[in-house]
Design a protein around this ligand. Structure first.
Ligand code: GDP
Length: 298
């Protein structure tokens, strides 16, 4: 099952029943909203987000005097669609390159979330679509294979990676990447950082030091959508400690319920910028709130 499929099926069941009726009582609307509430909770949406979602829909439905309208069911669906888009962040927020080059983009997250893959996907997109000259650097000195993994992807997509110098710290590599980019006229430097299996103080400290040294224009948290509310809590922690500018949700090609995607913006205040939808280098999608709402409401 693709992400949102379960939620989408439940909502269409609720709204089909609603739009089929010519008139609605206030109680009909309340019953439908209780079902919507349950469907969102079953999709693993954060409780606070569900509450505020349902409250907003209810108060707008009352304000718009839905039950007296000619097509009450359709009006409820329209209101749900609007509130869904707002919850997802309203507007698409692409990667921001609006700074003097070389623009540094730092990619952070837990081990296995998809950081290295996402770094290469972004590099490919910026170089092919946006015609930017991109340099990638792996700051992961803990996992011996990490730097080679990024170099392999770089060769595959035709993007340069910073040559490895053994024994350097992540901060030293970040500084060297910036210098190399400046000297060689790169537009963008992508910094792929090390992860850990769990959030810990050492990881946060390392990220804060790299941030201080490289002054990135974007700090993108890569989070696995399949981990649901754990991904949301992770984003909150990273944002509180390091500060992030946006989120990339990976594995949306998996069978996630969609709770992370639906809660992320409302809980963290930070936009989802991109979606990782597969292992291939082209499997990167822009996050458009209205398109996601369409996918959910069908
Ligand atoms: P890192 O430890 O955070 O750098 O994670 P990697 O980039 O090495 O990714 C871990 C695994 O997840 C790899 O096998 C990737 O191919 C896979 N992966 C990354 N992003 C996605 C995605 O969006 N969808 C799927 N299905 N797999 C992904």
């Amino acid at each position: 099952k693709r992400m949102f499929e379960g939620l989408s099926e439940k909502l269409s069941g609720i709204f089909d029943a609603l739009t089929r009726r010519g008139s609605l009582s206030e109680e009909d609307v309340n019953v439908a909203l209780r079902e919507v509430r349950r469907a969102l909770l079953e999709a693993d949406v954060a409780l606070d987000v569900v509450r505020s979602f349902v409250d907003k829909v209810r108060s707008r439905a009352v304000g718009a005097n839905v039950i007296k309208s000619v097509t009450p069911g359709q009006m409820v669906v329209k209101i749900v669609n609007d509130v869904l888009i707002e919850t997802l962040g309203a507007e698409a927020e692409p990667i921001n390159l609006d700074a003097a080059p070389p623009v540094a983009i730092m990619v952070i997250g837990l081990q296995g979330a998809g950081k290295t893959t996402t770094t290469a996907k972004i590099a490919k997109r910026l170089s092919e679509r946006m015609k930017r000259k991109v340099l990638m650097a792996s700051l992961d000195v803990k996992r011996p294979a990490a730097q080679e993994q990024l170099a392999v992807l770089g060769r595959q997509i035709g993007v340069e990676t910073l040559p490895v110098i053994a024994g350097q710290t992540p901060v030293q590599i970040a500084v060297r990447a910036e210098q190399a980019a400046r000297l060689q006229g790169f537009d963008v430097v992508l910094l792929d950082t090390a992860g850990r299996t769990h959030i810990d103080e050492a990881l946060m400290q390392e990220m804060a030091e790299i941030k201080a040294a490289s002054k990135p224009h974007e700090i993108l948290l890569v989070a696995d959508s399949l981990t649901g509310q754990d991904a949301v809590n992770l984003a909150k922690s990273f944002d509180g400690r390091v500060g992030i500018t946006g989120i990339v949700l990976t594995r949306v090609d998996g069978d996630g319920r969609g709770g992370a995607a639906l809660s992320m913006r409302a809980v963290t205040g930070k936009p989802i910028k991109l979606l990782g939808a597969g292992e291939k280098m082209d499997a990167l999608e822009d996050f458009h709130p209205s398109r996601i709402a369409n996918r959910i409401l069908g």
